[in-house]
Design a protein around this ligand. Structure first.
Ligand code: SF4
Length: 84
């Protein structure tokens, strides 16, 4: 159960929102640096048992294409990190 007035919970929700926006933005407007990072992350995801047939991470319910194209959120199992 969550606490609506908890600043940490609001902060986490805001961070998640920003990660989603960043990931989808980088998916639509591709840049070479992010694509290189995404390629390495996608390689890790492709051998992970948490990747669904639809390309969604079962651990965090995020589609992997935008998830691997943002620098705010790490893999929920720490198989790759937000900063690389
Ligand atoms: S983000 Fe992490 S847990 Fe999810 S599919 Fe990729 S490697 Fe697996």
């Amino acid at each position: 159960m969550g606490c609506r007035d908890c600043p940490n919970e609001k902060r986490r929700a805001w961070d998640k929102f920003l990660a989603i926006v960043e990931g989808w933005t980088n998916l639509v407007w591709k840049n070479s640096r992010m694509e290189e990072i995404a390629k390495n992350r996608a390689k890790i995801c492709s051998s992970c048992d948490q990747l669904s047939a639809l390309g969604v991470c079962k651990k965090c319910s995020c589609p992997v294409a935008p998830l691997t194209r943002q620098m705010r959120k790490s893999c929920p199992l720490n198989k790759w990190t937000a900063n690389k």
